[in-house]
Design a protein around this ligand. Structure first.
Ligand code: ADP
Ligand code: ADP
Length: 229
């Protein structure tokens, strides 16, 4: 469920400057594929094509064999969860922010998701009316804490497909490791596409795709890419 296929995908924001020049790869259901490459290589563009923020100009993107152009926005949003680089939270309680992807969730389910994402102490502050807004009125959350809220939201929503846009570069090592373990937790058993900035964070991926100049320069498991037989 949730198998992703990019088939000879070509895309350009500006016709004179192709970004993806015929990219093909599969993320088999339940597996994890990481896209790595220099800044500007087109990694985020791949996630935008999956969400249909843009449509491919040639080739196709399919989910479970179905072209995403034939899928409704509602189904796409239900099927895909995203932990973005920069989580923007609503100016409301953390519980509200976690529940956002699934309004029907019970308080218990919200608390469990918060616990799994290691937000613990913050959600306890909720009944006292803490707000997530950064500012003098509110509880100031660090980037890592905001990302954990996004992870909790995704755990609660439990979508078959997950896009992780890793943004651990701005975080300290301890926070990065904590977040990495939460991300591992949330991606287990889901079809996962990781947009990665460093090879070191995707050691466990089933396949790593190195994007360069709009093409796949290299692909394989972590050890293959390091030249270890
Ligand atoms: P990455 O995620 O690998 O850093 P992106 O997919 O964000 O790369 O972007 C690939 C290239 O496309 C970059 O050169 C970027 O400047 C350009 N680009 C991204 N979004 C747009 C846009 N909306 N309009 C025009 N160019 C864009
Ligand atoms: P949902 O409630 O299902 O998370 P949203 O309306 O918040 O839906 O947005 C749909 C998804 O698109 C979200 O998971 C969000 O993180 C993701 N998203 C938003 N902006 C971008 C972007 N520029 N590139 C890729 N994904 C994005």
């Amino acid at each position: 469920d949730g198998a992703i296929r990019f088939e000879d995908v070509q895309f350009a924001y500006d016709p004179d400057r192709p970004i993806l020049k015929g990219i093909s790869f599969d993320v088999p259901a339940g597996k994890t594929v990481a896209i790595v490459g220099p800044s500007g290589a087109g990694k985020s563009t791949i996630s935008r094509l999956l969400f249909r923020f843009y449509d491919v100009q040639d080739g196709a993107v399919t989910i479970d064999g179905q072209d995403v152009r034939a899928v409704t926005q509602e189904s796409l949003r239900a099927a895909i969860g995203m932990v973005p680089q920069d989580t923007v939270l609503f100016n409301d309680t953390i519980a509200y922010n976690i529940r956002y992807g699934r309004p029907d969730a019970t308080d218990e389910e919200v608390e469990k998701a918060a616990e799994m994402a290691q937000i613990g102490p913050f959600i306890e502050g909720l009944p006292q009316g803490f707000r997530t807004m950064v500012g003098e009125r509110g509880l100031k959350l660090s980037g890592g804490e905001k990302q954990r809220v996004a992870i909790a939201r995704t755990i609660l929503k439990a979508p078959p497909i997950l896009i992780l846009d890793e943004a651990t570069s701005a975080l300290d090592t301890a926070t990065e490791q904590e977040i990495q373990s939460s991300l591992d937790l949330v991606s287990r058993g889901r079809t996962t596409l990781v947009i990665a900035h460093r090879l070191s964070t995707v050691i466990g991926a089933d396949e790593i795709i190195v994007l360069r100049d709009g093409q796949i320069a290299e692909r394989g498991r972590h050890a293959d890419l390091l030249g270890i037989p």
